[in-house]
Design a protein around this ligand. Structure first.
Ligand code: FE
Ligand code: FE
Ligand code: MG
Length: 171
């Protein structure tokens, strides 16, 4: 544990920080797997564009898990050790894909990002002016989650517009 490094944390319990980060850590692993499996099962029109985006996002979520785990360790905590713990600590949960259509998959993924944005906004508020290092890390992750939502929404809109155009031309 970084002794002097952690002495600069003010006005917040380190254990509270560790617990909060472990919940985010659980979310990141579940988000990683959700994207991974979505990229495998997705079907339908323009699915190739979705696969590129979903695969990139899976890699981003795994990187977030790495950033959060490293910070938990710096704080003297232990990242959750068992996958069962992910379900006991997750805030955003896990939505197994049940409809593999690309639009439905994108809707599920957008919902996940919106939850991640809410979660990280709260951690940004919790750490602002109290723990600058965690604040910096979660701000960076929050910016990624905002980009994720935007990418998925743009793709969702392109695909639904494309499908509408095809239907119009068939009339
Ligand atoms: Fe993430
Ligand atoms: Fe994300
Ligand atoms: Mg993207």
């Amino acid at each position: 544990m970084a002794r002097v490094g952690n002495s600069i944390i003010k006005g917040i319990e380190i254990q509270e920080l560790i617990d909060t980060l472990n919940r985010a850590y659980a979310d990141e692993w579940l988000a990683y797997y959700q994207y991974f499996i979505e990229s495998k099962v997705v079907k339908g029109l323009m699915k190739d564009a979705a696969i590129v985006e979903l695969t990139q996002h899976a890699a981003d979520e795994l990187n977030h898990a790495t950033l959060v785990a490293d910070r938990i360790l710096q704080l003297g905590g232990t990242p959750l050790l068992h996958p069962n713990d992910w379900f006991n600590h997750t805030h955003c949960g896990y939505e197994a894909p049940n409809d593999f259509d690309v639009v439905s998959i994108l809707n599920d993924a957008i919902k996940g990002e919106q939850c991640a944005i809410e979660t990280y906004s709260k951690i940004v508020e919790l750490t602002r002016d109290k723990d600058i290092v965690t604040y910096d890390i979660v701000s960076q992750i929050l910016a990624d989650e905002v980009e994720h939502e935007e990418d998925l929404q743009a793709l969702h809109d392109d695909i639904t517009e494309f499908v509408e155009d095809i239907k119009k031309n068939l009339r």
